[in-house]
Write a protein that binds this ligand. Structure first.
Ligand SMILES: Cc1ncc(COP(=O)(O)O)c(C=O)c1O
Length: 396
């Protein structure tokens, strides 16, 4: 009689129920013909030859006995990362502070497992990174969203919390760089309340005409900052390779948790990345794609200026691989209409509203988070011309 009842929700753990009832985070299996999805890179930028050589060497060096590896990561990769972080980010750390993870996302997961209980408060940026936000929510945390302005997350009136999540080098999505006074304020807050800070340094390699900003981790005197790095924006998001730089007091328990979750990150890829870094090929590659992405960014800003002029206000252009375009003549309530019409024409445009904790602000304009690292200049110009056409159709 009728269809089988769906399984009672009690079969899921509280964690499972929270995840099942969370708003889904969209992911389209196929890119659109012209796709401004941020977080994606051009396949042609991948250093194929260098990677193939490094991977072949890693396979050739395979030991006589195949054993489970160190949950913290291959020692040669952790040593290579230690040198890279010092040269590239001015971050000094011990090899034993570094834990190799399967991308930033596993870093968030380990942090929630080890640092949060249901009901604990987590300070997040609003708007902010939805996959981090969902990791905290699923852990049962109470979120305390903080507004973001041109100096990054506002830090003057933070409530007591167990954890704060920030993107200080390039705020996702508004693109601001956390100012020096706010960095100090955030560190002082963490020390006062015994809170940890996750510093997500996801695209720090990309600075456009502004000097590098030292990571929070390098200012931290009290062991409160967990630094999180990834190769998703320099090599490929498909590799799933990232790393935590942990305060000494957390090293051991994070290594145990990593072992529980998946024993360790696949070693061939770790060995290939170690060779890429120690041979100098990684930093040469980073310099090359930094230049290449600078060209794409220039093409995007030119197209936005020439095609859309005053109809958009562009922010967050100093760093990273995306910019934010506020659409001056279109209210937020019509943002979805714009992105849906674009999708119907195979143009990938992504609204900013979904990244707000409180999405319904009727004062707010529609906004687009425009990623440019997977497109060439002609595609960027064609995509912005299509956006121009869509905005005219919508009367904006
Ligand atoms: C804020 C932020 N952090 C981290 C990442 C990278 O995540 P992962 O290392 O899991 O690929 C992204 C990717 O878009 C991001 O936007």
């Amino acid at each position: 009689m009728g269809s089988a009842p769906s399984p009672p929700s009690t079969e899921l753990s509280a964690y499972g129920q929270r995840l099942a009832s969370a708003a889904p985070i969209p992911w389209n299996p196929q890119p659109f013909a012209l796709d401004f999805r941020y977080g994606e890179l051009a396949g042609s930028d991948f250093p194929t030859l260098a990677w193939r050589r490094a991977l072949a060497n890693a396979v050739a060096k395979r030991p006589s006995r195949l054993r489970y590896g160190d949950p913290r990561g291959l020692p040669e990769l952790r040593a290579a990362l230690q040198g890279y972080l010092w040269r590239g980010r001015g971050l000094r750390c011990e090899i034993d502070d570094i834990l190799v993870v399967n991308g930033s996302q596993q870093g968030f997961d380990l942090c929630t497992r080890l640092l949060l209980d249901p009901g604990d408060r987590v300070v997040i940026e609003d708007p902010g990174y939805n996959l981090a936000r969902q990791a905290f929510l699923t852990a049962g945390a109470e979120l305390s969203p903080q507004p973001v302005d041109r100096e990054g997350m506002q830090t003057a009136t933070l409530p007591p919390a167990r954890l704060a999540f920030v993107t200080p080098s390039h705020q996702l999505p508004l693109g601001s760089i956390l100012s020096a006074p706010r960095r100090q304020e955030l560190l002082a807050w963490a020390a006062r309340h015994g809170a940890a800070i996750i510093e997500d340094d996801y695209d720090a390699e990309y600075r456009h005409g502004v000097g590098p900003v030292p990571p929070l981790r390098s200012l931290d005197q009290t062991g409160r900052v967990i630094y999180l790095g990834t190769v998703s924006k320099t090599l490929s998001p498909t590799l799933r390779l990232g790393y935590l730089v942990l305060p000494p007091a957390l090293r051991e328990v994070f290594a145990r948790a990593k072992r529980m979750v998946d024993r360790h990150t696949p070693e061939l890829e770790q060995a290939a990345l170690a060779e890429l870094i120690t041979s100098g090929a990684y930093e040469r590659h980073v310099r090359r794609i930094r230049r290449r992405n600078g060209e794409r960014r220039a093409a995007l800003l030119k197209a936005l200026r020439e095609r859309l002029g005053e109809r958009v206000s562009i922010v967050g252009t100093d760093a990273g691989l995306h910019v934010l375009a506020w659409i001056n003549g279109l209210p937020q309530a019509r943002e979805a209409e714009l992105t849906e019409r674009a999708a119907a024409a195979s143009l990938g445009l992504y609204g900013v509203s979904g990244l707000y904790d409180r999405p319904d602000d009727f004062e707010r304009r529609a906004g687009l988070v425009i990623g440019y690292a997977a497109l060439d200049e002609a595609q960027i110009a064609a995509g912005i011309a299509r956006l121009d056409g869509l905005l005219r159709e919508l009367g904006a």
